[in-house]
Design a protein around this ligand. Structure first.
Ligand code: UD1
Length: 423
């Protein structure tokens, strides 16, 4: 059984690592990893592969930067011959970046079954490039692996068939659980060790900041408001701000901070961090300020108070059960809520059900349970394994806890509806 996995951007790497790890436990599974090259700087890509122990990709498509349309189209063009050459039984995509949608469209156009990990999340904000990617990828996917109950509701309300939807938990938390002990021992990035005007004493309290969304940083007036709020907070709590390339460009344009060395008092601006460096700092932070999706989830799992500088979130469980709070693009609110956290009045939360480190085990088990028996069926032929036949016939649910054992899994022979799995 050959599975083509496609990744392109930083958050993809974190999600694919535990899945590839799990696939290695199944001798009959062959995972082929393709990197689209959407993220190409060492700090955004290679360092993540190293930290997360992801094998070298079979191929890097090298698409690089571009508009969303150019990026998506270019990935599709370059992926098509790879699919022809490798003849996978299934394509697996994760998350919501342009590479996710491009690979999903390629799989669908080439008649291959598609699994989407982190399906169903919705911000209901079509101005977000990721929202368009999510909606379209989910419309195409045959296996919809969901991380929180809101995702199941969203997919059902969009008319996706129930039997294609699997509530499995969160693969990003699988990676966190696995790598946290190592991250805790990881050396502090050299940029943070240098003494100077904006040195941050990491043995004392500090806040961690990440901002990179177009809606936060592309409009300079908005970004300036948020930056002023950060300067205000930094008077009471030193802040560490690893800066994404998009944000760095905007900072230079807006003359907020010209270079890594030239930071404001109390705000330590550093280049993007590797996974282990960032996880270590995140796990020991007093508070997190972010517009990232994944960081909202990681802080909920770690129990660190998180202020999300956005008007909405596609991850509502981090609000209802976790430590996350939406402050909008509102500088005054950001400062007020940060002060509350400093007074010890920050939001408390708990880790959502199924965010237990076993999501990838559930996903890979589901795929193996659905596809391997189908391949063993005499009616099977590549291309004959039509998505509808798999998904309409496989029913698999998890109840919580470890959940490694599926409660039920039935695969019917499409020809005569007889049960072919379990045998
Ligand atoms: C992408 C994802 C976003 C994710 C983020 C994580 C989409 C639509 N967005 O946004 O969901 O949260 O990754 O980082 O796919 N750049 C570099 N070096 C790199 C990568 C990018 O300099 O290694 C520059 C690009 O040239 C471009 C900017 O950063 O100017 C944005 O890159 P792009 O991949 O288009 O989107 P992200 O903002 O990174």
């Amino acid at each position: 059984m050959r599975i083509l996995t496609v990744v392109g951007a930083r958050p993809n790497f974190v999600k694919i690592a535990p899945l590839l790890d799990e696939m290695r436990r199944y001798p009959e599974m062959e995972a082929i990893l393709v990197h689209t090259g959407q993220h190409y700087d060492d700090e955004m890509s290679k360092d993540f592969f190293r930290d997360l122990e992801i094998p070298t990709p079979y191929l890097n498509l090298g698409v690089g930067s571009g508009t969303a349309v150019a990026q998506t189209a270019e990935i599709m063009l370059r992926l098509e011959p790879v699919v022809e050459e490798t003849q996978p039984d299934l394509v697996v995509v994760v998350g919501d970046v342009n590479s996710t949608l491009a690979a999903a469209l390629t799989a669908a156009k080439m008649g291959l079954p598609l699994a989407h990990v982190e399906a169903g999340l919705r911000s209901f904000d079509r101005a977000m490039p990721e929202e368009v990617n999510r909606v379209l990828t989910d419309a195409l996917a045959d296996f919809l692996f969901v991380s929180e109950p809101s995702g199941v509701e969203n997919l059902l309300s969009e008319g996706r068939p129930e039997e294609r939807i699997y509530l499995v938990g969160n693969v990003m938390i699988d990676a966190l659980d696995r790598f946290l002990p190592r991250a805790k021992r990881h050396p502090i990035p050299s940029e943070l060790q240098a003494r100077g005007k904006s040195h941050v004493d990491l043995t004392g309290p500090y806040g961690l900041v990440t901002l990179h969304r177009p809606s936060t940083v592309d409009n300079l007036a908005t970004f300036r408001v948020i930056w002023a709020a950060l300067e205000e907070i930094a008077k009471e709590l030193p802040l560490i701000f690893p800066v994404h390339p998009r944000t760095q460009s905007r900072m230079v344009e807006g003359e907020l901070s010209g270079s890594w060395q030239d930071a404001s008092d109390g705000i330590r601006v550093v280049p993007p961090m590797s996974y282990l460096e960032f996880l270590r700092l995140q796990s020991e932070a007093t508070l997190m300020i972010t517009d990232s999706g994944g960081v909202q989830e990681e802080t909920t799992a770690l129990g660190i108070p998180c202020l999300t500088v956005r008007e909405n979130t596609e991850r509502p469980i981090t609000l209802s059960e976790g430590t996350n709070l939406l402050v909008g693009l509102n500088g005054r609110r950001l400062v007020e809520e940060a002060r509350k956290i400093l007074r010890g009045e920050g939001k408390k939360g708990h880790v959502p059900e199924l965010w237990d480190g076993h999501a990838s085990a559930r996903i890979v088990r589901t795929l193996s349970g659905a596809i391997l028996p189908a391949k063993a069926n005499p009616n099977y032929a590549l291309g004959g394994l039509l998505p509808d036949r798999i998904a309409q016939s496989a029913a698999l649910r998890f109840s919580g806890g470890d959940g490694r054992e599926p409660q039920s899994c039935v695969l019917r022979n499409p020809a005569d509806s007889s049960v072919i799995y379990p045998a």
